[in-house]
Design a binder for this molecule. Sequence first.
Ligand SMILES: NC(=O)c1ccc[n+]([C@@H]2O[C@H](COP(=O)([O-])OP(=O)(O)OC[C@H]3O[C@@H](n4cnc5c(N)ncnc54)[C@H](OP(=O)(O)O)[C@@H]3O)[C@@H](O)[C@H]2O)c1
Length: 303
Amino acid sequence: MKYINFDGKNVSSVVMGCMRINQLSRSEAFSLIDAARECGINHFDHADIYGNGECESIFGEYILRNRSDRDDMFIQSKCGIRQGYYDFSGEHIMQSVEQSLNRLHIDSLDCLLLHRPDALFEPDEIAQTFERLYSDGKVKAFGVSNMNSMQLELLRKYVKAPIIANQLQFGPMFTGMIDFALNENMTKPESVDRDGMILDYCRLHNITIQAWSPFQYGFFEGVFVDNEKFPQLNKCLQNIADIYGVTKNSVVSAWVLRHPANMQIISGTTNINRLKEIARGADIALTRKQWYEVYTSTGKTLP
Ligand SMILES: NC(=O)c1ccc[n+]([C@@H]2O[C@H](COP(=O)([O-])OP(=O)(O)OC[C@H]3O[C@@H](n4cnc5c(N)ncnc54)[C@H](OP(=O)(O)O)[C@@H]3O)[C@@H](O)[C@H]2O)c1
């Protein structure tokens, strides 16, 4: 496993995403968390809305059974998405954190992320709320999710604590944040920068990008691995997998982690074998050529 410095702590490059653990029985979910930890994964991603709180509750039951291991785990959650609207009000953030802590059976979140930009967000109100959460000992660090550069810039003008993470969709079939940079100053659709150069912005400000849904194409349209819609990509992943003696899942993980931005990959699998394969990818350093081969095997062209 590869580890990165995150809020002064060593956290694994592979994060276990807990969005789908409510699809499992309790014992299956606990085995998945155990398997993640055996692979060296010590970072767990939640949100108040995952399973309407059920995913955090399941994880909380695991914590109750493994109380002495709490400090070995970096537990983060997200808030701000409500039924039919987004809400970054101080009142909602405070209430959501309280509920997450209760469900997770922990005293403090290692990191709190604002889940998806609220068009009505008031950065000074967020700043005051973060300060209170920090001074009350309820949240140790702060991040965001799905934010572009200027939204982050605005937030950072008010929030004193460093913003340490931005969760963004990224994987071989979801590469908007790098496409435009490869097609700079051209007239192709890929040349359009849709997020204010978010990748460079995060690197400049030491904000760790956490790649969500790395195995999906489109916005939750499906998985590309072993999908007949993507023969070239699967052939390429298999060729590289054969070289390293791993599986295609490991190569996808290695591909995300090969980027020098020191990203984390958030794995969402509920399958122990797949999780082990994804974790294995953290130990593989793809060559530059292999990285580009995966990129272009998705059908993208280089100028
Ligand atoms: N910030 C945000 O807005 C946001 C949005 C979405 C997700 N997230 C976070 O990111 C995490 C990961 O998201 P995700 O679950 O969508 O990611 P993912 O790892 O891309 O997808 C996992 C899903 O794809 C299936 N899958 C993955 N690889 C497969 C393969 N090789 N063959 C067949 N099926 C495969 C899994 O099935 P099995 O379970 O059967 O393996 C599971 O249903 C979430 O848990 C959450 O923590 C954040």
